[in-house]
Design a binder for this molecule. Structure first.
Ligand code: GDG
Length: 488
């Protein structure tokens, strides 16, 4: 991708996220999309990545550990046990994550959680403050750190500060069930730029802020008093060169040929997800059972490989989903398996990126059916791994941010097991020419809107002084493919 000389290259970037995950290859299975994407962006900008080390300390001291890993400078702090309980396992994972994924039923409201969240954000601001130079651009990531911008403003920082939300922003009526919702959302308007994964999440934020604060929408920004916050739709992409480079790796080739050999005469369907209730795994398994019930001709002709590395095992709802999936996969295999055919292989472990690439390539169908998802990088990875001459088909939830960018996938309602089953059947029967056409369009999108496009688009908006803002447009969606070409 060609790079133009922009102001962003003369300004240092400080990225801030909950965890700093470069250089932790041993845990690569649990490195989320953010970790992979942000490392690529930071290498470009010669910046610092600040966040929690993942380690626990007896008493918080604010001592910073500096390292350089994978070409990225990192600055990390350790947190106390109470911080981890209340801020991370509590407010982030048991309150905000379910609420922002429309799961009010799983949302836990506790005063201690909110207190711990505020405390840790203050601790982040206090420890980060001495590292900030007047010209630095500060880019805060995700729902763990929404109040950090306000905390830095309260300490007198006038730097350009941006925030990127990796998950959905919920509709106003859902957000309003959270005590303290006004303060949380009000703090967002202390950022200069807020990036969203899709227009839907951006609009939900506008709907809330214009009613609750009487903020006014001026072209592409929300104004409240003196402050103006630009709202940008800027979907995260893949580190496409790095990812597609796995095609040459021995591990990818071996994994692909192992799977192809073991599945002679059968089409493989693959799912790869962190074990999380937002990913719609129970519905997916139930849909696969329905497929085998309604299409007896597919029995012994297909198999589902579901890779689901465990995550957030400290939270009860995550232990529950694991128990549910163990039971469901056992039930389906019990009902349909034969002496030489296992309908579902459900694997609770992570694989290396290269092995994952080989797994995607061996699969005729990529099944990505989250109930809600900010973006979903697995959908893009599946497309990127396909052989253009004979590509597999992506079956994708309408409620993943990725659906807005990839309308050429077979889009399904992830709440309807009938719709998912029908989508899989359609994908399995799709003729080569149609598969090629859809794949080509999706590959073009994810190649063009890769992780460098994402970070450069966001950074350019962040570096832009308000008087340099572009002329008003009717929308602020960073140029995306025309969704009018959408097909089911
Ligand atoms: C959040 C938002 C948004 C999974 N298993 C293995 C493995 N993975 C990698 C995948 C992919 C990443 O983890 C998962 O990314 P997702 O985007 O699908 O989902 P979240 O973790 O929920 O991420 C999401 C994202 O932030 C970025 O903004 O897209 O909507 O929820 O890259 O490949 N990687 C390896 N082995 C595994 O077994 N190496």
């Amino acid at each position: 991708m060609p790079h133009t000389q922009t102001q962003t290259q003369t300004q240092r970037l400080i990225a801030v996220s909950n965890r700093v995950a470069v250089g932790t290859d041993g845990e690569s299975a649990n490195r989320g999309g953010l970790a992979v994407a942000l490392a690529a962006a930071l290498r470009q900008s010669n910046g610092i990545w600040f966040g929690w080390s993942g380690e626990q300390t007896e008493e918080f001291t604010g001592q910073i550990a500096f390292h350089r890993a994978d070409g990225v400078a990192t600055a990390t702090i350790d947190l106390e046990a109470q911080d981890i309980d209340e801020y991370y396992n509590g407010f982030a994972n048991r309150t905000l994550w379910p609420l922002f994924h429309y799961r009010l039923d799983l949302t836990e409201i506790a005063r201690d959680f909110a207190g711990g969240y505020a405390r840790v954000n203050e601790r982040f601001a206090d420890t980060l403050a001495p590292l900030i130079a007047p010209d630095d651009l500060i880019w805060v990531h995700d729902y763990h750190l929404m109040p950090l911008g306000s905390q830095l403003r309260a300490r007198g920082f006038a730097n350009r500060i941006g925030f990127f939300l990796h998950i959905p922003w919920p509709p106003p009526s859902l957000l309003m069930s959270l005590p303290g919702h006004r303060e949380l959302a009000r703090g967002m308007l202390d950022y200069d730029v807020i990036g969203f994964q899709s227009e839907e999440w951006r609009q939900a934020f506008i709907d809330y802020a214009t009613v609750q604060f009487e903020a006014t929408l001026e072209a592409e920004a929300l104004r409240l008093g003196e402050r103006c916050t630009r709202l940008l739709v800027c979907p995260i992409g893949l580190d496409i060169d790095d990812f597609a480079g796995a095609v040459h790796s021995m591990a990818a080739k071996q994994t692909e040929s192992r799977l192809v050999t073991s599945a002679v005469g059968r089409d493989m369907i693959v799912g790869v997800d962190r074990l999380d209730y937002s990913k719609g795994l129970q519905e997916r398994f139930a849909a696969y059972e329905l497929l085998l019930t309604d299409h007896p001709e597919l029995r012994e002709k297909v198999s589902l490989l579901q890779i689901a590395p465990p995550s957030r095992g400290d939270v009860a709802s995550y232990r529950q989903i694991r128990a549910d999936l163990d039971a469901l996969s056992g039930h389906i295999n019990g009902a349909f398996a034969s002496i030489d055919w296992v309908p579902i292989r459900y694997v609770n472990q992570g694989y290396s990126r290269d092995e994952l690439f080989g797994i995607y390539r061996a699969a005729r169908v990529g099944l990505v059916t989250p109930l809600r998802d900010g973006m979903n990088l697995v959908a893009k990875e599946y497309v990127a791994a396909q052989e253009p001459a004979d590509p597999g088909v992506l079956v994708l939830s309408r409620f993943a941010g990725a659906a807005a960018q990839l309308p050429q996938a077979v889009l399904v309602n992830p709440h309807s097991i009938e719709d998912i089953a029908e989508g899989i059947a359609r994908a399995l029967a799709m003729p080569l020419a149609e598969r090629q056409e859809r794949h080509q369009a999706m590959l073009a999108t994810i190649t063009k809107h890769d992780v460098l496009w994402w970070s450069e688009t966001f950074m350019a908006a962040l570096a832009e002084q308000p008087d340099e803002a572009p002329a008003p447009t009717s929308t602020n969606v960073a140029r995306l493919p025309d969704a009018a070409s959408a097909r089911r």
